[in-house]
Design a protein around this ligand. Structure first.
Ligand SMILES: [Zn+2]
Length: 432
């Protein structure tokens, strides 16, 4: 066992690692190889080749990157070394081109779905969510499950007034075009039919159609566009707003917010009726204008604790970071789950271990693994990000559990049950 642990550590030289309390070091070495054999269920990722326009509806414009996500981080070279035999320690000059050429050659050797299935196999990922505008023919539907975006239904009117900063200048037109795409999918002449009732029917039918096309969950990235503090207006007070602006004109801020609030509630009820879990982006986001106060998960407290939404399954994507303590307390609700994706990329493994340990000490059966793999560019592709996410999560998890065992909080058998739950079983059970 110890030898296997050492082999794993040696193979990933150049990668950051969690610092483990000395009293837990031997337990860590025992746990890591066992944890590394558990098949993974990646609850949140954006698998795609870098040239695929359907990967995301709101790719954030470049803002300030945290230290770990900067281009010069040597960890990406370590990932490329393990996955593709990358022989260099950085991506400078011709090194990046070597990697791009190597991936292109592999893609030719493994056409269709074989390339990405091969990547999942190398990483030990059994199933990965694919949060995308639409699915791609190069993703095997048996391994990749579609999570589709629904924010666009909240923003059907003239969005000029919402384009108040350079990030939203990019995001809002994408909402308009996705709404049009959904209308075309159903053969509707316009995304804004004559009556409010028909608009709500368009929304429901799109959810049904996307489920028929393989969709397993809906995704809100609303926090890129507005606060997650949702009011609770009634339909009759919102209908006149639709009638007033469906043919043009810009709603006032108050009118538009009330409209969005109603549609949000309507969407999460419609999703519950179709047994589609609701994924909500709940962490700090990219770009320079992200509203940190607005994304605080406590804004969602009255939604997830609302008896009318008890049938909706909520997945707090990215686990609320930096409000991760608040997030795990919301997971006391039977229908609320956390996904750790992106947190394990933004944080180095030592701090991610601390986050995981706090979560596992509260509601271990509600915490799920994810990577947030995304194709940043040709060299730093989905493949390397998947690997960084997997490696960070396995090592941080082993460290968190080893410390809990050393502190006599749990037994080693309990630790392995928690590991299987976090890495696979807790999320997989939501899509049975
Ligand atoms: Zn994401």
């Amino acid at each position: 066992m110890l030898a296997a642990g050492i082999a794993i550590v040696a193979r990933v030289e150049g990668q950051s690692r969690p610092l483990v309390a000395p009293a837990a070091a031997a337990i860590y070495q025992r746990l890591l190889p066992q944890i590394s054999r558990i098949k993974l269920f990646d609850h949140h990722a954006h698998p795609a080749f870098p040239d695929d326009p359907d990967v995301d509806i709101a790719p954030p414009p470049p803002g300030a990157s945290p230290l770990r996500l900067r281009a010069e981080n040597p960890e990406t070279s370590a990932a490329a070394r393990v996955l593709f035999g990358f022989p260099f320690t950085d991506m400078k000059g011709a090194h990046g081109k070597w990697l791009v050429d190597r991936k292109a050659a592999l893609r030719r050797q493994q056409p269709g779905a074989a390339y990405f299935n091969g990547i999942l196999d190398k990483l030990g990922i059994e199933t990965s969510m694919a949060n995308r505008v639409a699915m791609a023919d190069y993703l095997d539907p048996a391994r990749f499950k579609w999570v589709f975006f629904v924010d666009c239904f909240m923003f059907p009117f003239d969005n000029t007034g919402l384009m108040s900063n350079p990030d939203r200048d990019v995001y809002m037109p994408l909402q308009t075009s996705l709404l049009k795409r959904y209308a075309q999918q159903l053969g509707l002449a316009s995304p804004l039919p004559a009556t409010f009732g028909e608009y709500l029917s368009f929304l429901t039918r799109t959810l049904e159609e996307n489920k028929r096309r393989g969709g397993v969950a809906v995704k809100f990235e609303a926090s890129y566009f507005r606060s997650l503090s949702f009011g609770d207006p009634t339909g009759p007070t919102v209908e006149p707003i639709y009638e007033k602006y469906r043919s043009g004109g810009m709603p006032t801020a108050d009118e538009y917010t009330r409209f969005q609030d109603f549609i949000f509630r309507h969407l999460i009820i419609a999703a519950a009726e179709l047994k589609l879990p609701v994924h909500i982006h709940t962490s700090v986001g990219g770009g320079d204008y992200f509203d940190l106060r607005g994304v605080n998960v406590l804004n969602l407290e009255h939604v997830v604790r609302d008896p009318r939404h008890r049938e909706t399954t909520f997945v707090l994507i990215h686990g609320g970071y930096p409000y991760d303590r608040e997030a795990i307390l919301l997971a006391s609700m039977k229908n609320v789950y956390l996904d750790s994706s992106a947190t394990e990329l933004m944080l180095y493994p030592t701090e991610f271990k601390n986050v995981l340990r706090r979560w596992l000490e509260w509601f271990p059966e509600k915490v799920t693994f994810g990577t947030d793999a995304f194709p940043y560019n040709e060299a730093l592709g989905v493949e390397e990000v998947y690997w960084m996410g997997v490696h960070t999560s396995r090592t941080a998890l082993a460290a968190a559990l080893a410390e809990m065992i050393a502190a006599r909080e749990i037994s080693e058998a309990q630790a392995l049950t928690m590991a299987r739950g976090y890495l696979h079983d807790n999320a997989a059970a939501l899509y049975k």
